[in-house]
Design a protein around this ligand. Structure first.
Ligand code: PMP
Length: 359
């Protein structure tokens, strides 16, 4: 009776909430720090927070199902038409909507490995085949990805930067690569961590040049709104219209919409978070070097560290109240992924890591 793709579907394991970890270990939740899900350690844009508090008063009303105000503001931000923007319940939902629009059993989806796991989960859910192209030195191999494209390929995913490696491909190279895609393929460039970069490509003219391109962004990272689940896609008008057809009528809640609308204008917040992230990186990298831990240089807000037995070190650090992410599911059993925290959190993380390596 059940769709076979559902029965074989792997279950996504998120970073566990602090309360859950505290209960299991008998620890005080206040003493636990979570550096497992690439969340913003500084919190939420204060402008967004105030707007969300105001929006709570309208809780009896359905949200704007078309996300009109937010789409108009995002269109301005990216210098495109509002008809090119689709807002989703996190960018995760937009990845699933792409599946609804494009994927049927027998289709192929080209992606790197290791890369953000949801590309593979969504591909499998629609009975399509993930074609996984190994990264070279932890970076997406664009030539190898092109070589993996067949006439069955529908989607190609490129995260810029990638999760879990934190690496990025050169913007100009990505742009040139997108221009080489055959016409039956849609390229999805996932820019969840773009605001942490010095610079990302300007895609403004790409749709008028006929590129079948989708850019994904999220409010979960630098804007600090992961709980509200707001992400968006920027695509050609026709493709954006297809995504609009397959979404739920009220897929993005009103509080998230209000927060996102206020967050977009909070440039001071973005600058402060970028600075803190860069300082945090220097601190964590210095600490890892001191401990002799090999890590992958990253441009996101997290990095991969080689601790030889990722699961064991994760367990020991968790018992010390520091939750990082084991990445065995990504085929990286020796590594843990660590989100860059505040200065104090980074110190605690490094101390817990040092103690965990010693045992
Ligand atoms: N893309 C990448 C590369 C990510 O790392 C994440 C979050 N971990 C997402 C998309 C999804 O983000 P959200 O659904 O919170 O917008």
């Amino acid at each position: 009776l059940v769709n076979p793709s559902v029965l074989t579907q792997p279950v996504y394991e998120p970073g566990r909430p602090i309360e859950d970890v505290a209960r299991e270990l008998g620890l005080d939740p206040a003493g636990i720090i979570k550096l497992a899900s690439n969340e913003n350690p500084l919190g939420t844009s204060p402008r967004a927070l105030a707007a969300m508090q105001r929006a709570l008063g309208q809780s009896n009303m359905y949200p704007d199902g078309g996300c009109i105000a937010l789409r108009e503001r995002l269109a301005q931000r990216h210098k495109v038409e509002a008809g090119q923007i689709v807002v989703g319940n996190g960018s995760n939902e937009l990845i699933e909507l792409l599946g609804h629009v494009f994927l049927r059993p027998g289709d192929e989806v080209v992606m790197g490995t290791p890369a953000f796991i949801v590309y593979k989960l969504v591909t499998l859910l629609f009975g399509a085949t993930p074609v996984e192209v190994p990264l070279t030195n932890h970076v997406h191999d664009l030539a190898a990805m092109s070589a993996a494209i067949t006439e069955r390929t529908k989607l190609v995913f490129l995260p810029c930067p990638n999760n879990p490696t934190g690496t990025n491909n050169d913007g100009a190279e990505v742009k040139a690569w997108v221009a080489t895609m055959p016409p039956h393929v849609v390229v999805v460039v996932d820019e969840a961590y773009a605001e942490y970069l010095e610079e990302s490509p300007d895609w403004t003219g790409e749709w008028s040049a006929g590129r079948k391109l989708v850019i994904l962004r999220t409010f979960s990272k630098i804007f600090g709104m992961a709980a509200q689940r707001v992400g968006y896609a920027c695509a050609g008008t026709e493709l954006a219209g297809l995504l609009q057809r397959v979404r739920q009528p009220f897929n993005v809640n009103a509080i998230g919409q209000a927060g996102a609308l206020a967050a977009v204008d909070d440039e001071d917040w973005v600058t402060a978070c970028q600075r803190a992230n860069r300082a945090g990186f220097r601190q964590v990298e210095d600490g890892l070097k001191r401990l002799g831990v090999v890590y992958v240089p990253s441009v996101g807000n997290f990095l991969l560290a080689n601790v030889r037995d990722g699961r064991a070190v994760f367990d020991r650090m968790q018992r010390a109240g520091v939750v990082v992410r084991p990445v065995g599911v990504y085929g990286l059993p020796e590594w843990v992924r660590i989100t860059i925290g505040t200065a104090e959190q980074n110190d605690r993380m490094l101390a817990a890591l040092e103690a965990s390596l010693a045992t």
